[in-house]
Ligand binder design. Structure first.
Ligand SMILES: C[S@@+](CC[C@H](N)C(=O)[O-])C[C@H]1O[C@@H](n2cnc3c(N)ncnc32)[C@H](O)[C@@H]1O
Length: 267
């Protein structure tokens, strides 16, 4: 058999694993985070490379494009790994996630740190912007905010992506900006998991946990961004390719997933 086709022998395994995922995405995310025992380079979380290398690449854009006196809201913050790194660069970071188990972990892992707080909210729901504004108020940071989103939009359906974008519009106001970075892998699900080290004999445990427990991810590039953030509502300040770094699976180095970044401002 042609070696490039061998990877398709993975299909039955993938179908079996993914059929175990809870159908409701919010339940799936909360269950997933409830089963996470450890984070970082040796941990359970697929998209957690455990170091700040990826963020260092974004800092140039964040510093050039974002008002440094505004707080930043980390949308879909998970365990807060990026929220804690952002805290060194903004007066306040508010991490928001739909999964109570993620926020519980983020709070524990951030104990003792100044200028950081967390909120449980579904950012696609009507009223999410009001909850975020109230949490910023409670942190003495009322008014406009910057927004950071990493690896969240590609796990949402197009309608939810657009709903989330609409909730962000009043939050950024005139001075705030959005920085988003998402995976934009050009290939099918089998090619994606093969890129991350899955073979028909073995699927690395953090990858298997994501396949078993989470909604199937899509890709989020310029075309998806244009649909979620329409040009009558948003200006693209900057965009281009990015590399999303994930937990080491195939070697001692972080996995590198082709991605897309964009800086946006509200019209
Ligand atoms: C792939 S993880 C990325 C976590 C974090 N941004 C990072 O890069 O480490 C996606 C996160 O989005 C959260 N999420 C999914 N849907 C959401 C929603 N509707 N509102 C808020 N958070 C959501 C999940 O619970 C999960 O923590």
């Amino acid at each position: 058999m042609l070696s490039s086709l061998k990877k398709y022998l993975l299909v039955p395994k993938l179908v079996r694993l993914s059929s175990e995922a809870p159908k409701d995405p919010h339940t799936a995310w909360d269950q997933y985070w409830g089963n996470v025992n450890s984070t970082g380079a040796q941990g359970d979380v697929l998209w957690d490379a455990g170091d700040d290398h990826e963020l260092l690449g974004y800092l140039e854009h964040l510093k050039r494009q974002m008002h440094p006196d505004l707080p930043i809201v980390d949308i879909g913050c998970g365990s807060g790994a990026f929220s804690r790194r952002l805290a060194a660069h903004f007066p306040h970071v508010l991490g928001v996630d739909v999964a109570p188990n993620a926020i519980a972990r983020a709070r524990t892992d951030s104990e003792g740190l100044e200028g950081i707080s967390f909120l449980v909210a579904d950012m696609t729901a009507p009223g999410a912007a009001r909850s975020v504004a109230a949490a910023l108020d409670a942190a003495d940071m009322p008014g406009e905010a910057n927004i950071f989103i990493r690896g969240v939009l590609h796990v949402l359906k197009p309608r939810s992506q657009a709903a989330l974008a609409e909730q962000l519009h009043p939050l950024v106001g005139k001075r705030g900006r959005i920085f988003l970075a998402e995976t934009d892998f050009r290939g099918n699900a089998v090619e994606y998991v093969s890129h991350l080290g899955a073979t028909r004999h073995c699927i690395p445990a953090p990858l298997a946990a994501a396949i078993r427990g989470l909604p199937m991810p899509g890709r989020f590039g310029a075309a998806q961004r244009a649909r979620a953030f329409p040009e009558d509502r948003w200006d693209v300040v900057e965009d281009g390719p990015a590399v999303i770094e994930a937990r080491p699976l195939t070697s001692a180095e972080p996995e590198r997933i082709p991605g897309y970044f964009s800086v946006l401002q509200a019209r």
